[in-house]
Ligand binder design. Sequence first.
Ligand code: PLP
Length: 409
Amino acid sequence: MIPETETFVTHLECSDTGKHYAADTIHNLSDTGMPLLVRYDLDAVAKALPRDHLAARDPDMWRYRELLPVRHAGNIVSLGETQTPIISCPKLAVALGADPDVLMVKDEGRLPTGSFKARGLVMAVSMAKELGITRIAMPTAGNAGAALAAYCSRAGIESYIFCPDDTPEINIRETSLQGGKVYRVNGLINDCGKIVGEGKEIMGWFDFSTLKEPYRIEGKKTMGLELAEQLNWELPDVIFYPTGGGTGLIGMWKAFEEMEAIGWIGAQRPRMVAVQSEGCAPIVRAYEEGSKHAKFWENAETIAAGIRVPVAIGDFLILNAIRESGGFAIAVPDCEIMAARAQIGSIEGLHIGPEGAATVAAYKRALESGLLKANESVVLFNCGSGLKYEMPDQSRVIDVNDPDKYSKL
Ligand SMILES: Cc1ncc(COP(=O)(O)O)c(C=O)c1O
């Protein structure tokens, strides 16, 4: 049971103009078409939840209830959003030329539905329940659809999910199995988004596209809260994040700001690094060109399906966080992503997905190019379980009756 606690949301705020919007009513974007951010009475949160109170709470994301938007615990549609481990990778660090004690992976693949999408969607669906929404639609690269379906089924909300037609089969099937009405679309995620946006009137659904509702960020924010707590309130020097729509990176950046405001951490921030694939790198291009917004990426293609996002509505928020933190954006080719996935699996025994592997490849490149020093502490985010993705077939056969079998191993 998640305990009832006092809540502190004061209003929502346009992430671009700062205009205020009422809490506790249904919103998508601001009047100017920008994402809305949830704001809290942080002075009151600081009094209600000193950080040493956390020790007595359950090891899940609801331990930060005072910094989250759901008013009534009864509306939380939890599937057990456990804390995810931070796994040190000393052998990989040394193999890549870094100090042995600097490299860590936060493995989000352990969450319900096998990805960090659970954090955002448990929050957004719980808020949808609280606000009386009964039908939801979403475009997705795969993992978000699975999480949406699962939490909607639990909440008694109908879910319609639209994926690019080459979305990994497992994502389609898990989504369907968890009660979502899932469709393959002959286009990219932005085409799926068009179906959702244009179908609002006729289908009467609520648009759950990335950042088009205010609460997924609040769920993803818990990655930043949890990271700080697990590292004993000392953030790492650098965070590498596989960036598609960027909700996680934006959410963590918001978490750091709120934690400083309530006195849980100081002013030190990690350098935030957005990692993309060379086949779809709109944020990297915008970062390199010094632009506020990213341009649409034509013919997006990468094996890392979760970061194949040719246009992101929160692009300016991602770019702000990178620049304010003194971080950078970096693209890696698919061949390096695959090699990195095999390397971390075989050296550290850690099975991560291609999006997470992109951060390993980017870490290697950053070390080689001098963007990063060998002694800087680094957290790489693996946001989905490796088990959801295709694996290279390296099976071998042996004949039980072969007298020479041991010489052939
Ligand atoms: C496994 C995985 N990693 C990373 C991402 C990108 O996340 P974000 O939208 O927060 O940039 C996704 C999104 O689908 C994903 O599924």
